[in-house]
Design a protein around this ligand. Structure first.
Ligand code: NAD
Length: 389
């Protein structure tokens, strides 16, 4: 089967640490081209990662027939225009999170890719962390019963990725980032909550505002909180901030028959395992879900509780194998292109998460709940889409 030619747009930090190494390891992928407005950077990436072509403008790259799939890894405000042009040029796209900076932009993207019969996926790679996939499987198969409440969070100060890893300062620049903590951190965690709760958000209440960061650094929000009511009648809360010097990343799901805690590998005394589950169900060794059976690491393999009372009614920690989520995400998307499959992250998932994020700004305006889908375009207060066609 023909390899998929990938054009990477934006050769900044996430491309360097995630997309290029992933592409290099996927046999079905070929790095057909790279492009960055910083020409020297693009050339350096092309040489290092063996790109077939190096373009100065994305329009030129999109005209290249060797490019089947574009990875859009530029600052947030570029995603809309670049995504639309990628679809017009007949390319599939993985668009980095957030999919776009307004709900209208996000749905425009979803619609144009659908109209053209092309695949679109937002790069919320945290879904591909194995502990999240396991949590999804355990929740879906009813191991913790009906889940009525979930919470996800990601708290990480400006001083970490933004100051130390990112090539540019776009995250603190309103016209490039569109919004602050809510777009950068919330895009992941809101998507994750919706996916794991397995229902569509019906209404949203919350805020995204600047509480700790000096205005000279940025005008953008550094704390957000979203309360979501789902169509199922269940509830969720998502939080994030940009001032905490320590990373914390938590998911909690409370069902009628148990609880799941899921986190990143961010180690702190409170999170010592990627996944922990308490199930009240009466499983024995034969009926116990494979995930619990295979990935539970007891201190002693001959422990009595393994033999007699293998899991139920107490906490069990699960340690999945450590795999590279970005690689799994790109490999999955390539499999969808080659074998005509529907991506696990559907195009509308990126738009629904964008709706929730935009609804927080609307919620501050109306001082309460905001129904989804939003009736009109909500433009985050410091985003200026005047460059839009
Ligand atoms: N999925 C994740 O976990 C994850 C992690 C980090 C960043 N991201 C997302 O990836 C995107 C890029 O973030 P980053 O951290 O790599 O930023 P960065 O500042 O490190 O890199 C951005 C690159 O885009 C280039 N660029 C800007 N405008 C361009 C244009 N018009 N055409 C071509 N190139 C252009 C810049 O020169 C720079 O090299 C953002 O949307 C961000 O939210 C996702």
């Amino acid at each position: 089967m023909r390899t998929v030619g990938i054009g990477v747009l934006g050769t900044g930090s996430i491309s360097e640490i995630a997309h290029f190494p992933s592409i290099a390891e996927i046999p079905e992928a070929r790095l057909a081209a790279v492009c960055d407005i910083d020409e020297a950077l693009a050339k350096k990436a092309a040489e290092k990662w063996g790109a077939e072509k190096c373009y100065k403008t994305y329009e030129e790259m999109l005209a290249d027939p060797a490019v089947d799939l574009v990875v859009i890894a530029t600052p947030n405000s570029g995603h809309y225009e670049q995504g639309i042009k990628a679809a017009e040029a007949g390319k599939h796209a993985i668009v980095e999170k957030p999919l776009a900076c307004t709900n209208k932009e996000a749905w425009d993207l979803v619609n144009i890719f659908k109209e053209k019969g092309l695949l679109l996926m937002v790069g919320t790679n945290q879904r591909f962390w194995l502990q999240h996939e396991y949590a999804k499987e355990l929740i879906s198969s009813g191991v913790i019963g009906k889940v009525h409440f979930g919470r996800t969070s990601l708290h990480e100060g400006w001083g970490l990725y933004h100051e130390k890893i990112s090539y540019t300062k776009f995250r603190q620049t309103p016209e490039l980032a569109g919004a602050g903590a809510v777009f950068d951190l919330g895009a992941h965690r809101i998507d994750l909550l919706i996916w794991l709760m397995g229902s569509k958000p019906k209404r949203v209440c919350g805020f995204a505002k600047r509480v700790a960061t000096p205005e000279q650094y940025t005008k953008l929000d550094d704390l957000y909180l979203a309360v979501i009511e789902f169509e199922s009648g269940d509830y969720g809360i998502v939080t994030g901030d940009r001032y905490s010097p320590a990373v914390s990343n938590i998911g909690e799901f409370y069902g009628e028959d148990g609880t799941i805690f899921v986190s990143s590998e961010a180690q702190n005394p409170f999170q010592t395992a990627p996944l922990a589950i308490f199930t009240n169900k009466d499983y024995d060794w034969e009926t116990m879900p494979d995930i619990i059976k295979q990935y539970r690491h007891p201190q002693l393999f001959w422990a009595e509780d393994i033999l007699n009372k293998p899991a139920p009614k107490r906490w069990v920690t699960i340690t999945p194998p450590r795999e590279w989520a970005y690689k799994r995400m790109i490999a999955h998307f390539i499999d969808c292109i080659q074998n005509d499959k529907v991506p696990m992250i559907r195009p509308e998932d990126g738009a629904i998460a964008t709706e929730v994020m935009c609804a927080l700004f609307k919620s501050m305006e109306v001082n309460g709940w905001v129904d989804l889908p939003l009736e009109e375009e909500v433009i985050p207060p410091f985003y200026n889409p005047s460059y839009r066609r």
